[in-house]
Design a protein around this ligand. Structure first.
Ligand code: GDP
Length: 601
């Protein structure tokens, strides 16, 4: 299916772990596949690719990969970008957030807003992603979706507007009331595939009317123009939906839908919500950086048009039986087989060979992909985060936020074969995931891997075992603590050595103080040549030499500013080395007095 931009939705499903994201995704695939069956879309090579394609993920019950799956609902093409919920995989979440236009925030009707909900909500905010909330598990004992909607308002500051009420709750959950159409929806058939619409039962009609009015009040706030119709009491369903859409796109409100993925209730209305309320690619404004403009890097707005020159971002690499697959999101223009593109980072050119769309159950070979779409390329050598453009453009999609690794682990291959394969694997993983790093520690000659958490590293170690047959000895995880100081302190230190021939002499005085702007800053306030110009860099070098290992517990020192304002030198005994030594001595003396503390990641 080729869709126009307005018929495209790129969505993510963000959730606290265990809130039912996997179950919901499965149900969405199921209901949309019904439509697939009618249209009969089949992958040419018949290769299966499901959301949880990696065996390992299935075992762990978490979804690591953020690949995209395409489904169809009504006349719309929806790309579901998998946003992993586990905090250890923040970079994967960040990446997914770069390429999606809207999101479903899933909450549990019992657990409500939890710490991880706050984390994913913050991420959605950072990328200004419009969202709808889905309160799942309304069939569970203790389910209280109205309370959860209230938590969305109070704890997350959302203008949460209920679009539905539950029809019954807990084990008596029968369906949902649509507050726009004021109809009761039931989900019949073996898997809830038939939506039955009826009048709202008498016993909750008053409650529904009240909720409908509340909804109207909220919508009036985002749409002056429609407020009038609302006041006259003759607002149409279309006007109400338009108001919800407008409010959602402008981030002024969060429509709240509810149901139970497990009991197959409320999923089709949620899919309607996705197409009715969440943005299409042209509704969002995306910027690229013009790297051709030299130092004056300017942000360039991209055009949501198929006719413009192509700009696409590679956001995910995947190794599979079918070779390397590179997932791209097209931000501007369109891409066809044979299109020539340039990788902005490497300057390398490539000609698009095979272009595919991933479905839940098959890979579909396609000729062309339009603006806003998410597809995959075969056999392209690149890094995640690379931008592909028309050769005449020098644009890069703004860099992704990459957090510093917080934990490290020593690994040692058990035999030669493992040594070779380990380096292949590390090469691959570090290319895929910028939060996963590896290096050889020069002191111990050990290979150290660093990542965002124990689970993050575990996953890669297991992938090395399984996919690359690497047998490893694994050390104990080390948390990347940091040290810093909590108060300013003056120092005055003299380094003096008289051993046989030439002596060493240098005196440095100044202030060591906390610094919130950067990890380290050196300020030179020496007047009248108290320390000769040529030895100023030596002082700086000496201080820097102390930073990698603090004296408190031996972890790197961050957040310090050191100002030198006095000193002394000797015409013969002063040297670069003498002042470096003085710098080291001065730093140690000051550091011990500046009340050092340990920082946790
Ligand atoms: P994820 O960690 O967010 O992907 O959550 P899962 O989809 O794996 O679901 C976690 C657990 O909750 C599983 O045991 C599901 O069967 C269950 N679950 C998911 N949705 C519902 C629901 O709507 N109602 C009930 N009662 N259980 C659900």
């Amino acid at each position: 299916m080729t869709s126009s931009i307005s018929q495209l939705r790129n969505i993510g499903i963000s959730a606290h772990i265990d809130s039912g994201k996997t179950t919901l995704t499965e149900r969405i695939l199921f209901y949309c596949k019904k439509i697939h069956a009618i249209h009969e879309v089949k992958g040419k090579d018949g290769v299966g690719a499901t959301m949880d394609s990696m065996e390992l993920e299935r075992e762990r019950g978490i979804t690591i990969s953020s690949a995209a799956t395409n489904v169809e609902w009504r006349d719309y093409s929806i790309n579901i970008i998998d946003t992993p919920g586990h905090v250890d995989f923040t970079i994967e979440v960040e990446r997914a957030l770069r390429v999606l236009d809207g999101a479903i925030l899933v909450l549990c009707a019992v657990g409500g807003v939890q710490s991880q909900t706050i984390t994913v909500d913050r991420q959605l905010r950072r990328y200004q992603v419009p969202k709808i909330a889905f309160i799942n598990k309304c069939d569970r004992r203790g389910a209280d979706p109205l309370k959860v909607a209230q938590q969305l308002r109070e704890r997350l500051g959302h203008q949460a507007v209920l679009m539905q009420l539950p029809l019954g709750l807990e084990d008596k959950l029968e369906g949902v009331i649509d507050l726009i159409t004021m109809r009761a929806l039931y989900f019949d058939g073996k898997s809830g595939e038939t939506v039955r619409e009826e009048a709202i039962p008498e016993n909750i009609l008053d409650q529904a009317k009240k909720a409908h009015e509340d909804m109207i009040d909220h919508l009036s706030l985002v749409s002056d123009e429609l407020a009038a119709s609302f006041l006259d009491g003759n607002a149409t369903v279309e006007q109400m939906r338009a108001a919800v859409r407008r409010g959602t796109l402008s981030l002024a409100l969060t429509p709240v839908l509810l149901g139970s993925a497990y009991k197959n209730k409320g999923i089709q209305p949620l899919l309607n919500g996705v197409v009715d309320y969440l943005p299409h690619p042209g509704d969002r404004q995306y910027l690229a950086v013009d790297v051709g403009a030299g130092a004056a890097e300017a942000a360039v707005p991209l055009l949501a048009s198929n006719e413009a020159l192509p700009v696409a971002l590679a956001f995910k690499l995947e190794d599979g039986a079918y070779g390397q697959l590179t997932y791209i999101r097209i931000y501007q223009g369109s891409i066809t087989k044979g299109t020539e593109l340039t990788n902005t980072r490497s300057g390398r050119r490539l000609k698009v060979g095979r272009l595919v769309r991933m479905h839940a159950d098959a890979m579909e070979e396609i000729e062309t992909a339009g603006c806003g779409d998410i597809v995959a390329l075969f056999g392209v050598d690149c890094h995640t985060g690379d931008t592909f453009t028309h050769a005449s453009l020098q644009l890069a999609m703004t860099s992704m936020f990459v957090p510093e690794p917080v934990i490290s682990l020593a690994i040692k291959p058990k035999d030669n074969k493992s040594t070779d394969n380990m380096s292949k694997a590390l090469n691959r993983f570090t290319k895929e995931d910028p939060t996963f790093r590896s290096f050889v520690d020069p002191e111990s000659n050990q290979t150290i891997v660093r990542g965002m958490g124990e689970l993050h590293l575990d996953i890669y170690i297991e992938r090395m075992r399984r996919e690359y047959s690497v047998e490893l000895e694994v050390g104990k995880p080390q948390v990347a603590f940091r040290e810093t100081i909590t108060c300013a302190t003056r120092f005055d230190y003299t380094h003096k050595k008289q051993t046989g021939g030439a002596g060493q002499y240098g005196r440095i005085a100044g202030v060591l103080e906390p610094n919130e702007e950067s990890d380290y800053e050196f300020v030179d306030k020496i007047k009248g040549g108290a320390i000769p110009m040529e030895f100023i860099p030596s002082c700086d070098k000496g201080f820097r030499a102390c930073l990698p290992r603090g004296t408190l517990i031996g972890f790197p020192i961050v957040g310090v500013r050191i100002t030198i304002d006095d000193g002394n030198s000797h015409p013969v005994d002063s040297s670069d080395n003498a002042f470096q030594q003085a710098g080291i001595g001065a730093f140690r003396q000051a550091y011990a007095k500046a009340k050092p503390i340990i920082l946790e990641p």
